[in-house]
Design a binder for this molecule. Structure first.
Ligand SMILES: Cc1ncc(COP(=O)(O)O)c(C=O)c1O
Length: 393
């Protein structure tokens, strides 16, 4: 064997380095806490990016998945899966959209991809309205509708997307007049974009223009949905019904599952949409456990109660430029000179938070976070925001 072949054999496969990582290994998780490999405990107000909805390793959730795994873990969508029907009924009831139809998939991007495709099947049109600072995922059409050129590959580029300023009703009206619009995709509260709230009047305008022009209103509820805002879908705050709601993240509390909830005006045809893994037995068990806990423990009201408390208390603290959000989706806009606060919260106070650029701390905790846990965070951020404090990492 030549030397180069010998060296190549000893090499190990590496991870494709696309994520800047914090030097932390999580070994255990429970409720709103996680523990690292040294036994250090952290309060989790990030929820693994808005994913942990009912708390880490919730006993009902663990049991539901474990029991299901002993029965059947997976079979394809070529057979009847009663768990899917049960999930659809439960989701319809808790979301208040009982007459909608459920299509199950695996992620937020896939949910949006299917929503945009379905809208185009429905009205035979191509043009999509998306908004500045929107994030809809990384698959082909979802990423094209995402306002971040750095993650759009040349092959994803399309002139079918029209980007408009968020909350600009006149621009919306003009775009509808000038183009054959298939769909409008909009986050009720922009997450990655920095916690920006769509106004009620803007969402109502989207609804009325979609009705007038037979276009499809797609409510991207991947991050702002599933009870996080204090309503099941944040679009409910505006008292409008969308034609399609996309969801993922909190739906499986960490088990990969996504879905679209589709209004009765859109009729299915066989083979129009499809997936191998979507709606598999384990994913349905996980999603049912989540909804059962949300319902039993009244978590949507808890999200509103603790979220309102956090927002009110944060507004009293010094040096914050703005506190934005609804329920447990909160953005804390900080001045540039306080750009070390997030790091200090993590490494000094052992509290995970999320972020958005530029300099927004994003809170996306589990919906069953307690007031006591909220107070621990408030105390920590208070010390970080106090004038004269030196950066400490
Ligand atoms: C609003 C929104 N839509 C879609 C997505 C994409 O979801 P996923 O990462 O599950 O594909 C995200 C992810 O952050 C999101 O925040």
């Amino acid at each position: 064997m030549c030397l180069s072949a010998f060296v190549a054999k000893k090499e190990k496969m590496k991870l494709f380095d696309v994520y800047p990582l914090n030097d932390i290994v999580i070994k255990k998780a429970m409720g709103s806490y996680v523990w690292d490999d040294k036994g250090e405990r952290y309060l989790d107000l990030y929820g693994g990016h808005a994913v942990i909805s009912i708390g880490h390793t919730h006993p009902h959730y663990v049991k539901r998945i474990e029991d299901q795994l002993h029965q059947v873990g997976f079979y394809s969508n070529s057979i009847k899966i009663p768990l899917q029907v049960e999930l659809a009924e439960k989701l319809g009831k808790i979301s208040g959209k009982k007459d909608y139809q459920l299509f199950l998939c695996n992620s937020g991007a896939e949910a949006n991809e299917n929503a945009l495709k379905l809208a185009s099947f429905y009205n035979g049109r191509k043009k999509i309205i998306a908004f500045k600072k929107a994030f809809h995922g990384r698959t082909s059409l979802a990423v094209a509708a995402t306002d971040n050129p750095n993650i759009v590959a040349p092959v994803n580029e399309t002139d079918n997307i029209i980007f408009l300023p968020f909350n600009d009703e006149d621009a919306l009206e003009t775009a509808f007049k000038q183009n054959e619009i298939s769909s409008v995709i909009v986050e009720g509260i922009q997450g990655v974009g920095g916690i920006n709230i769509a106004t009620n009047s803007f969402l109502k305008k989207i609804r009325s223009l979609c009705d007038e022009y037979n276009a499809v209103y797609i409510a991207d509820s991947v991050q702002c949905g599933y009870g996080r805002s204090g309503k099941f879908y944040s679009h409910d705050l505006a008292e409008v019904d969308a034609d399609i709601y996309s969801m993922a993240k909190g739906m499986g509390n960490g088990f990969p599952i996504g879905a679209i909830s589709i209004s009765p005006k859109i009729q299915p045809k066989h083979f129009m949409l499809g997936t191998t893994f979507g709606g598999n037995h384990l994913a349905c068990a996980a999603a049912l456990a989540v909804l059962e806990v949300i319902e039993k423990d009244d978590l949507i009201n808890n999200a509103k109660k603790v979220g309102d408390y956090l927002t009110e208390e944060l507004k009293k603290l010094p040096n914050i430029m703005e506190v934005r959000g609804r329920g447990l989706m909160i953005g804390i806009q900080l001045p540039e000179e306080l750009n070390m606060v997030k790091k200090n919260l993590l490494f000094k106070h052992k509290i995970f938070t999320g972020e958005a650029k530029p300099n927004v701390i994003r809170l996306l905790p589990a919906l069953n976070i307690t007031k006591t846990e909220a107070d621990i965070f408030l105390q920590a951020i208070k010390t970080e925001l106090s004038p004269g404090l030196t950066p400490h990492v």
